[in-house]
Design a protein around this ligand. Structure first.
Ligand code: NAD
Ligand code: UDP
Length: 316
């Protein structure tokens, strides 16, 4: 197949490009590098089935020749306002790529009668009142809150994807990705795993926002990409959660990172750093993915963190 990956120079996108190349596809990665890094694709440069196109997909996307599948991953993804790559610092770009970028990517898919996959997010559930989160939960999002530029952009992206599916009979997929981590995350991305690993390697205290009792469930990149590839194979148009259901507090994650890195710098609590939309708890119900895709994560957190720590040590 000839496929397009928007956001292909990002963390998830670059790992997906690798797997697609391995599977003998011709891959075109489109990215404007707003949060991504061309270094993530450097090893593919010169490959005869790989092409990198630097372009902002919020503007019309032109691709010559037939395209069979579009993986639409382009979007800032870190909620941390302290990072220059966090979506609170990129509010208009984030809303535009979720709305206009998704519209353009759908248009490209429609013109080519291509399959379209949208990378959505667990953030569509907001600060959830149902736990764990199932796909039929409508969510609890503050439409003008500190994360609204991302949450509402993704909710719009889901809505326009379903509109194209229903109105234009397009073959679409929506995946709601839960916290995913691994090698190639930006060192200064601002999300909790890269922050903690970097701080631990540099011998600094790990910054816990709030009291650290909020929970997350962390999925290793290889498991996620496996789930994405399975989903593309199956005609299933309603949203599907992909994530690891093993839930832990942020305080527990900090302890684990300290142990795995051997850091003795401890933790530092930053009460004010937690934004008011920061979900108190998050864990995917992956029943639908298990049933439809026969998928569940297999990489234990310790193993995934060790691989990520190794990658961070090399890059730092
Ligand atoms: P990332 O920032 O590493 O990758 C996103 C990529 O999209 C970057 O390379 C960025 O430059 C590119 N991009 C952004 N706006 C663009 C635009 N207008 N035109 C072209 N390229 C653009 O983040 P990631 O973690 O790899 O996230 C990838 C996708 O998965 C995003 O859509 C994100 O919302 C979604 N997601 C990720 C997670 C996670 O835990 N990693 C969780 C939920 C959803
Ligand atoms: N967090 C933290 N310290 C950090 C970065 C994040 O305690 O240095 C917290 C953050 O407040 C949130 C959780 O870790 O409760 C996960 O944050 P992340 O930015 O990874 O993404 P989120 O799951 O909130 O989208």
């Amino acid at each position: 197949m000839r496929v397009v990956v928007t956001g292909g120079a990002g963390f998830i996108g670059s790992h997906l490009c690798d797997r697609l190349i391995e599977a003998d596809h011709e891959v075109m990665a489109i990215d404007n590098l707003v949060t991504g890094d061309a270094e993530n694709l450097a090893h593919l440069a010169g490959h005869d089935r790989f092409q990198y196109i630097r372009h902002d997909v919020s503007n019309f996307i032109f691709v010559s020749g037939k395209v069979d599948a579009i993986w639409h991953l382009a979007s800032p993804a870190s909620p941390n306002p302290l990072s220059p790559y966090g979506y609170p610092q990129l509010p208009i770009q984030t809303l535009k790529v979720g709305a206009l970028g998704t519209h353009n990517a759908l248009g490209l898919a429609r013109a080519n009668e291509a399959v379209f996959l949208l990378a959505s997010t667990s953030e569509v559930y907001g600060d959830p009142e149902q736990h764990p989160q199932r796909e039929d939960y409508w969510g609890h999002v503050d439409p003008i809150g500190p994360r609204s530029m991302y949450d509402e952009a993704k909710r719009f992206a889901e809505a326009i994807t379903m509109a194209y599916h229903r109105y234009h009979s397009m073959d679409t997929r929506i995946v709601r990705i839960f916290n995913t981590y691994g090698p190639r995350m930006r060192l200064d991305d601002g999300r909790v795993v890269p922050n903690f690993i970097r701080q631990a390697i540099e011998g600094k205290p790990l910054t816990i926002y709030g009291d650290g009792q909020q929970t997350r469930s962390f999925c290793y990149i290889d498991d996620l990409v496996e789930g994405l590839l399975s989903l593309m194979e199956i005609k299933s148009h309603n949203p599907i959660n992909l994530g690891n259901p093993v839930e832990m507090t942020i305080e527990e994650l900090a302890d684990l990172v300290l142990r795995l890195t051997g850091s003795e710098a401890g933790v530092e609590y930053l009460a004010d750093q937690r934004d008011r939309s920061d979900p108190q708890q998050r864990r995917p119900d992956i029943g639908r993915a298990k049933e439809i895709l026969d998928w569940e994560p297999s990489v234990p957190l310790e193993e995934g963190l060790r691989a990520t720590i190794e990658d961070f040590r090399i890059r730092l």
